[in-house]
Design a binder for this molecule. Structure first.
Ligand SMILES: [Zn+2]
Length: 324
């Protein structure tokens, strides 16, 4: 359930226009760094460090007075309740970017990474502002949560003199939720069986999956030098030719290498799962699953044969079974 190729290209060119752009004017902290907020933060975090909480001890420390916990950095510029009030029009470029993705079906968001760096301790009276720039947007990724885009932002925090006091890199995944919410009529039915992660289709590989869907295993072939190529690509790595076709594999091969996966377990897969690197008799290798064989019976050199199997309504997959 992803966008048609043309719409996706249009979306991705709009997304890339955000990269490198500030999300708006610098945010200015509502209050200077102050002792009551430090005290409440420390209460909430269970942090009783005297440099943050005990003015007498702090005065005698290397800090020569109270300082704020470095991890409070972002707290000094948060706009408070206002940030969670939904408005009709996006308030800044970051909200506009998220809305663009929501409008294309990427309605869910989850924060995945946060890194901070600190240039100095902040003291009561410091006045902070922060500028956030969209640092990068990934290509479309298939994740366990669903298909989506990772958005990285970089926020630079400055004091009243304009000096940098810290930074924060923040990454979110904006994604299409994988399972639609249950409708009233299906609420009593058993939850839908989770599905395997879908292959991502693009110019370079959609043809390969179409042939798989017809029950065959294709191998890309370079018409320039005759090399067989897998996975499919836009140009031959041996002679740089873009004149490419394919042959149909005999389906015979042997296990070149393998792993038996137990954890982590993704929904839609059965474990233990044998992931094998199969060397086809034509000479190319591909990663696939080995089925119909106990994990303890798999060994390097095991002769195998391809079976293009229907996994679910939408997906045919070339898997391998022992040849005997
Ligand atoms: Zn070639």
């Amino acid at each position: 359930m992803t966008l048609p190729a043309k719409q996706k290209r249009e979306l991705e060119s709009k997304l890339q226009a955000y990269v490198g752009k500030p999300i708006g004017p610098p945010q200015v902290g509502r209050d200077p760094v102050n002792v009551p907020m430090i005290r409440q933060w420390c209460d909430a975090m269970g942090d009783g460090h005297p440099a943050y909480t005990d003015p007498v001890a702090a005065e005698r420390s290397v800090h020569r007075g109270l300082v704020a916990p470095p991890t409070m950095l972002q707290a000094w510029i948060l706009p408070g309740f206002e940030m969670s009030v939904e408005t009709e029009a996006p308030r800044d470029e970051q909200q506009a970017l998220h809305k663009l993705l929501s409008d294309h079906g990427y309605t869910s968001v989850v924060a995945t990474n946060c890194e901070q760096g600190y240039a100095r301790y902040l003291r009561p009276g410091d006045e902070l502002s922060a500028e956030t720039v969209v640092e990068s947007i990934s290509e479309e990724k298939a994740t366990a949560l669903g298909i989506g885009y990772f958005i990285d932002t970089l926020t630079t925090f400055r004091d009243q003199n304009g000096d940098e006091v810290g930074w924060m890199k923040f990454r979110v995944l904006k994604f299409i939720p994988q399972q639609p919410a249950q409708t009233a009529s299906s609420a009593d039915a058993a939850p839908a069986k989770p599905q395997r992660i879908r292959p991502l289709l693009g110019h370079d590989n959609a043809w390969w999956w179409e042939i798989v869907n017809q029950g065959q295993l294709p191998i890309q072939k370079c018409n320039g030098c005759g090399a067989l190529l897998h996975p499919p690509r836009p140009m031959c790595g041996h002679c740089q030719s873009t004149d490419l076709s394919h042959v149909i594999a005999s389906g015979k091969g042997e296990v070149y290498s393998f792993v038996v996966m137990h954890h982590p377990q993704f929904p839609g897969y059965e474990y233990p799962l044998v992931a094998a690197l199969v060397e086809l008799e034509e000479g190319t290798r591909l990663v696939s699953n080995l089925v119909g064989c106990a994990p303890e019976d798999v060994h390097i050199g095991l002769p195998v044969r391809v079976c293009v199997e229907r996994v679910d309504d939408e997906l045919m997959l070339p898997v391998f079974r022992p040849a005997s």
